[in-house]
Write a protein of this length. Structure first.
Length: 435
């Protein structure tokens, strides 16, 4: 669990600091031996000629996540106060006299630092939803640190935290079972209710810590999980309350509409899925194999039935996202068949590919009949572009152009998704309106 938790915290940090979660293995594949020179006849590119990207700059997606409902200022204030209250319980800084074990002390100190950074991230967030998520992570990190310190300071036991966690899970189930799908505009309702469904499911389906390491950190992990569960529950309730308040008093239910639309869209997903091209089998993957393989997996990854989804709204949003991938996949396959997709041989071509990706994402929202629905389909593509920028900024010297394959593939995939998204969103809107 220590390793799993460390991975989770690292993802939280890199969301702010540079896309490690998205860059992942592609960084290793694309940047191994970045300073080396190309051999043989393969063209080379100088890093100096590539787009000028600051390697130390925080990389964030051009299109951040959002939700079409206002978050009340007092909800943000309450969450910030919770974080600062938890952090105030720790002596600052933690020293060897407080916690002799250096590794344990560092874990608590890092959590407190990340919680403070989360407060800063929330203030700088470009959308209210991103701010909400930053504060939610900050709450969990602050509780991890506070719970760990409470073990050292007053020998806190795990029982009370476990009861707190179980209570949050029980309440989340009750909220889910009693949830009413109110709304007037089925598109807006789908987007908000999907967020509520997914947020509640994060509580209900959460994984509890395993006692396989340091006792203090085990209780700290329980504190983190209990706080995260409560934070998700609080946010789900707030989204529901705010959305309901924004509707007229006589707003009815859209549950049947969402359910019928989800069935129609998921049937379309299953039809497309049966026609997916086979996984590329080439021993060495060039850009065509990379884009088809990656996009194929994205299109194939999701629910096939409403029963598998977190609810009918989530099924609608997920189906729209996957149908966007299917259309992007078809477009890319056509380009490959026509011989239009190949490895760039100059820095100028790389610049053009990158610029095209940004233009496609911007145009996706501008041209969409339902920009907020399209946003849910292209945000992950925007993360791909930010991750590709993160990689591009780290190349040095002169190197074979093939080392850019994973980076170029990300730009190409994002471009295809951006261009496909408006049409797919339009069809999804038609499906919702006719359900």
């Amino acid at each position: 669990m220590d390793e799993e938790r460390a991975s989770t915290r690292e993802q939280g940090r890199t969301t702010r600091r540079g896309l490690l979660a998205l860059a992942g293995t592609s960084v290793l594949a694309g940047c191994n031996g970045l300073a080396g020179l190309g051999g043989g006849k393969e063209p080379t590119i100088r890093a100096y000629d590539l787009p000028d990207i600051d390697p130390d700059e925080d990389r964030e997606p051009a299109i951040p996540e959002s939700v079409p409902v206002d978050i009340a200022p007092d909800h943000f204030d309450a969450t910030r106060n919770r974080v600062t209250t938890l952090l105030a319980e720790l002596p600052t800084p933690l020293g060897p006299e407080d916690i002799p074990n250096g590794y344990v002390r560092q874990q608590l100190s890092d959590a407190a630092t990340d919680a403070t950074a989360g407060l800063d991230d929330a203030r700088d967030a470009r959308t209210e939803l991103v701010a909400l998520e930053s504060l939610r992570r900050a709450r969990a990190e602050a509780r991890y640190a506070a719970a760990g310190w409470a073990v050292a300071d007053r020998n806190l036991s795990v029982g009370s935290i476990q009861r707190e966690y179980r209570q949050a899970v029980s309440e989340a189930r009750s909220v889910r079972d009693a949830h009413e799908y109110v709304g007037t505009d089925p598109v807006r309702a789908a987007l908000v209710h999907a967020r509520i469904e997914d947020t509640l499911e994060r509580v209900i389906d959460s994984r509890v810590p395993a006692q396989d390491g340091n006792h203090l950190l085990y209780i700290a992990e329980w504190g983190e999980e209990a706080e995260s569960a409560q934070a998700h529950l609080d946010d789900a309730r707030h989204l529901d309350e705010q959305f309901t308040m924004s509707l007229p008093a006589d707003a009815g239910t859209v549950e049947e509409t969402l359910t019928e639309a989800a069935e129609t869209l998921l049937a379309d997903v299953r039809s497309h899925r049966s026609g997916l091209p086979p996984e590329p089998t080439a021993e060495e993957w060039d850009i065509p194999e990379r884009v088809i393989g990656d996009l194929r997996r994205e299109a194939d990854d999701g629910v096939a039935r409403i029963a598998d989804a977190n609810g009918p709204a989530s099924a609608v949003v997920d189906a729209n996202r996957r149908l966007t991938r299917f259309q992007a996949l078809d477009r890319l396959q056509e380009r490959i068949d026509d011989g239009e997709l190949s490895r760039p041989e100059s820095a100028e071509a790389v610049r053009e590919i990158r610029s095209t990706a940004y233009d496609a994402l911007d145009a996706a929202l501008e041209e969409s009949p339902a920009p907020e629905l399209t946003r849910t389909a292209v945000t992950s593509a925007a993360w791909r572009v930010a991750g590709a920028d993160w990689e591009l900024a780290r190349y040095e010297g002169e190197f074979p152009v093939s080392r850019l394959d994973s980076t170029i593939a990300d730009y190409v995939i994002a471009t295809a998704i951006g261009r496909a998204a408006p049409d797919v969103s339009g069809r999804t809107v038609e499906t919702l309106e006719s359900a």
